[in-house]
Design a protein around this ligand. Structure first.
Ligand code: HEC
Length: 220
């Protein structure tokens, strides 16, 4: 009888301890899974906060869709700008395209070409404008050449009067062999107004065209 009571008590204790272990294991696995590196129960370490991330003050990175950034302006030799206009058919209104000295595709119109003949102090410091000599009155204009208007430029030089046309100064579209190119690219010691070298002048002219092919940057 005494032994039986002891058996019951021990039995109950074993079942209780076993049940306790199962219960604890169940909770552990529930929280940490089948791993021994569970630190969920670790105490929260109190640390002095040290700001390690400096607030971002740099401007946001510019992301462009193409390799070549489009400039605001085009740079071109003045003599080349006239040449491109002549090569494109020397239209009064049509837009013509050219590649500037930095390799960008640009477009312009006769309006900008005309300014090269009209503006003084342009080709070099203190230079006379072309039209200050080659003005609208062919009776007094040297070489009877009027560079002040589109019609005058196309009418050419050595004109008998205001109505007639003369020598084509645009070389029939062949710029390099034209009289206009010759008198801009070369200096003439004996011709007033043509004694200084002006062929090297580079100006801002034309509008840059957007890149022809847009290549999307692949997202890594
Ligand atoms: C100081 C006055 C003067 C200025 C400024 C001047 N020229 Fe002349 N140009 C002349 C004279 C003078 C001649 C020669 C005329 C002649 O041979 O009978 C000439 C000749 C020319 C010719 C040759 C025409 C031909 O049939 O032989 C061209 C083209 C020309 N000039 C273009 C220009 C351009 C472009 C500019 C501006 C960059 C310019 N000239 C500025 C005085 C000037």
């Amino acid at each position: 009888m005494n032994d039986d009571v002891r058996k019951y008590i021990y039995g109950t204790l074993v079942v209780f301890v076993f049940g306790l272990l199962v219960w604890i294991s169940f909770i552990y696995v529930n929280a940490c899974g089948f791993t021994l590196t569970c630190n969920r129960g670790a105490f929260v370490v109190e640390r002095t906060p040290i700001p390690t991330l400096i607030p971002a003050t740099l401007p946001a990175m510019q992301i462009t869709t193409s390799e070549v950034a489009v400039p605001d302006q085009c740079s071109v030799a003045a003599v080349d700008l006239i040449g491109e206009w002549v090569a494109a058919g020397s239209s009064e209104t049509d837009v013509f395209q050219f590649v500037d000295i930095n390799g960008h595709n640009c477009e312009s119109t006769f309006e900008e070409v005309k300014l090269l003949f009209i503006e003084g102090n342009l080709w070099y410091s203190g230079s006379l404008s072309c039209v200050s000599c080659h003005s609208v009155d062919v009776a007094v204009s040297p070489a009877q050449l009027d560079l002040s208007t589109y019609a005058g430029i196309l009418a050419g030089s050595r004109r008998a009067d205001a109505e007639s046309s003369g020598t084509d100064v645009l070389g029939s579209g062949n710029w390099e062999s034209s009289l206009l190119y010759e008198f801009i690219a070369a200096t003439r010691a004996d011709v007033p107004g043509h004694t200084e070298a002006i062929a090297d002048l580079v100006i801002f002219a034309g509008r840059p065209l957007p890149p022809a092919v847009l290549t999307a940057t692949p997202t890594p």
